[in-house]
Design a protein around this ligand. Sequence first.
Ligand code: SIN
Ligand code: FE2
Length: 216
Amino acid sequence: MLDLFADEQPWQEPLAPGAVILRRFARAGGPALMQAIDQVAGVSPFRQMVTPGGYTMSVAMTNCGGLGWTTNQRGYLYSPLDPLTAAPWPPMPEAFAALCHDAACAAGYPEFQPDACLINRYAVGAKLSLHQDKDEADLRAPIVSVSLGLPAVFQFGGLRRNDPLKRLLLEHGDVVVWGGPSRLFYHGIQPLKPGTHPLTGDYRYNLTFRQAANNE
Ligand code: SIN
Ligand code: FE2
């Protein structure tokens, strides 16, 4: 199909105080990011984690960087080791670090230095229920979230679980950054609809960059 929008330039959409969507920001870097995802997953494979409540998550996950987000029977935690391989998570690929830095700068967070990148892989029907990102030690650092491949509906609410939700379609290359007053806003992903994307096939991928450790 002829893609009439192939040349479109990124643009910004304000989302909430401290939060912005950088539309198409990661699109040009898509192939390099996908290649880096494959390399990370070759060392620390995608796996469906089990919540402390015993529920198997529909999203498959892996991590790169000094710390990785994971689960165990007691809760959610950041660990320097991949529990599946008992080895450190793969290092943050250069393409990831560069994109994250550029996005954080564009969103007004030039100081952001992520030490963790959670990689989410959504197959048809996979979803992420409404949650807050609150396992990080220093909540002054923002979240940088990169969407690749199939589109998905992102829900973005407020500080309370039952605050009204915005529903936004996130497409290939869109980057959402939230921090400051919206750092703890509830968010989630509605079940992925079937489709095929030229770069990612049947999947949607999401990279979530965080500063997990307290740097002080
Ligand atoms: C997340 O909240 O960790 C992921 C959000 C997304 O997949 O866009
Ligand atoms: Fe999240």
